[in-house]
Design a protein around this ligand. Structure first.
Ligand code: SF4
Length: 476
């Protein structure tokens, strides 16, 4: 699921220094935020849809064992195979064993965050299976040997020029192929089309599994999902165990809000409903369907104070809304799940020890909660993780020491007032036009990117006392 963020602050500093990255991420997220708002405005009673969707997610997660059993029975009744993978290694072993036993040599993939989470591509390649990403953004990521930086828009961090250079260097594109975005898309289409025909394994993600019918819903905007799930003779669908809805009616509720929240569309262009492998009397579709239900830490999160994060439908709206994500992009988080929801999900799945910086990568402004179509209270969980982090003493010694000193000052009114008075005087002596431009380490973390306002010379309590002594003013 990507490396532990040993150098989280280093990566953040690099991202903040990269004006091109900040420009690209800022422009795209602003545009998608506007589209999302317009799409929700077009939906009558959008708030009621969101409330309903939240209730559905809460109900499903509360009864996950029952719905997983239902889904499994329904898929098997239609001739599919279901494998429950407790860990990433179990999921990888199942898919690689399958490839070996069926002599599968080429896999085409549609977008799947769960396969990113378990690093499936590298393991399939190691097992002798050539893997070709067919989502346009993921194809670019693969060519660049890069990682997605957004769960819906994997190459939000790249400019058109960078993609053109990549196509020329790695895929043999000509100037004519790179004339404009449409030509580049056509080039990718021509390059990928033979891969679909050649592949014997198709690997997809799953947006929603419908428990009562065993239907797999896969939403894409490029049509590659249909080719991945119909042309190769074996289809492997990877899904997190939480990605369920009870019934087809419930699916329609989720679809009302997914496309709108993710890309500002009423509905994604291709909404595929897969109901098992090819029947014997038909010639189209895979002869084998394998659904891999990946747990990888999710059942540990169930019942914990972080269980609400399992309501997530991976729309990406909280990333686009987050002022921190807008500035640093996705790679700085050091996880395939960046942004506000990733700052909860990553420590929840992988442990706080390795990812204790992530809950602090938030201003707690609440924009993520407001944007979330299922109203997940991300700030609440970030605070809970911060509290756990403090208990585990992950903070640097100087923060812990500084907080102890602050507590000693803050619990005593006289000490607090004296400290405030001295600090205000010191600030005024070193400020220019009411702002401080430089502070010594560790406070330089603030002034390296913005000025610090000076404190008022007169404290609130002093002002209150002074005003209380003034004669009451009568209205004229
Ligand atoms: S937490 Fe909410 S807004 Fe963020 S990706 Fe998940 S569903 Fe979308």
């Amino acid at each position: 699921m990507s490396a532990a963020p040993a150098s989280f602050y280093r990566r953040t500093a690099d991202a903040l220094a990269d004006a091109r990255l900040r420009g690209a991420v800022g422009r795209v997220t602003a545009s998608v935020r506007r589209s999302r708002q317009a799409a929700l405005d077009r939906l009558p009673d959008a708030d009621a849809w969101r409330d309903h969707a939240r209730q559905l997610r809460a109900h499903t997660i509360a009864h996950l064992d029952r719905y997983l059993d239902e889904l499994t029975s329904a898929i098997e009744a239609r001739g599919g195979h279901v494998f429950y993978a407790p860990t990433a290694e179990d999921a990888i072993a199942y898919v690689t064993d399958l490839a070996r036993s069926r002599h599968l040599k080429t896999a085409v993939k549609s977008k799947s965050m769960i396969s990113e989470e378990i690093d499936l591509n590298a393991r399939l390649e190691a097992a002798g299976v050539r893997v070709v990403e067919t989502d346009l953004g993921e194809y670019v990521v693969q060519l660049a040997a890069d990682h997605p930086s957004h769960i819906v828009m994997p190459i939000i961090h790249k400019t058109r020029g960078e993609v053109a250079d990549l196509f020329r260097a790695k895929a043999g594109a000509t100037d004519a192929d790179l004339a404009d975005v449409a030509s580049m898309t056509q080039f990718a289409r021509r390059t990928l089309r033979p891969e679909f025909l050649r592949a014997d394994l198709g690997v997809s993600g799953v947006n929603f599994g419908v428990a009562s019918t065993g239907t797999l819903c896969i939403c894409t905007n490029e049509g590659n999902g249909r080719l991945v799930t119909t042309l190769p003779r074996v289809h492997v669908a990877m899904m997190g165990i939480e990605r369920l809805v009870p019934t087809p009616e419930d699916l329609t509720v989720m679809l009302q809000i997914l496309g709108r929240s993710a890309t500002g569309q009423n509905l994604t262009v291709y909404t595929n409903l897969i109901n098992g492998p090819r029947p014997d009397d038909e010639s189209d579709g895979p002869s084998e369907l394998h659904v891999v239900l990946v747990d990888n830490g999710r059942s540990r999160v169930l019942g914990s104070e972080l269980a609400e994060i399992l309501y997530c439908i991976r729309c990406g709206a909280c990333l686009n809304a987050c002022p921190v994500y807008q500035e640093i992009g996705g790679h700085a988080y050091g996880s395939v799940y960046p942004g506000p929801f990733g700052s909860v999900l990553t420590p929840a799945l992988r442990g706080l020890e390795a990812f204790h910086d992530l809950p602090h990568a938030s201003s707690l402004c609440g924009a993520c909660r407001d944007a979330c179509p299922v109203r997940i209270d991300i700030p609440r969980m970030l605070l809970a993780l911060r509290a756990d982090d403090a208990k585990a003493h992950h903070a640097p010694w100087w923060i812990a020491a500084g907080l102890r000193v602050f507590r000693w000052v803050a619990v005593n009114p006289r000490r607090f007032q004296t400290a405030g008075r001295l600090t205000a005087k010191l600030m005024h002596a070193t400020s220019r036009n009411g702002w401080i431009r430089w502070l010594p380490p560790p406070l330089s973390g603030w002034t390296s990117t913005r000025d610090f306002p000076v404190m008022a010379v007169e404290s609130f309590q002093e002002r209150w006392a002074r005003r209380s002594k003034l004669p009451e003013q009568k209205p004229s």
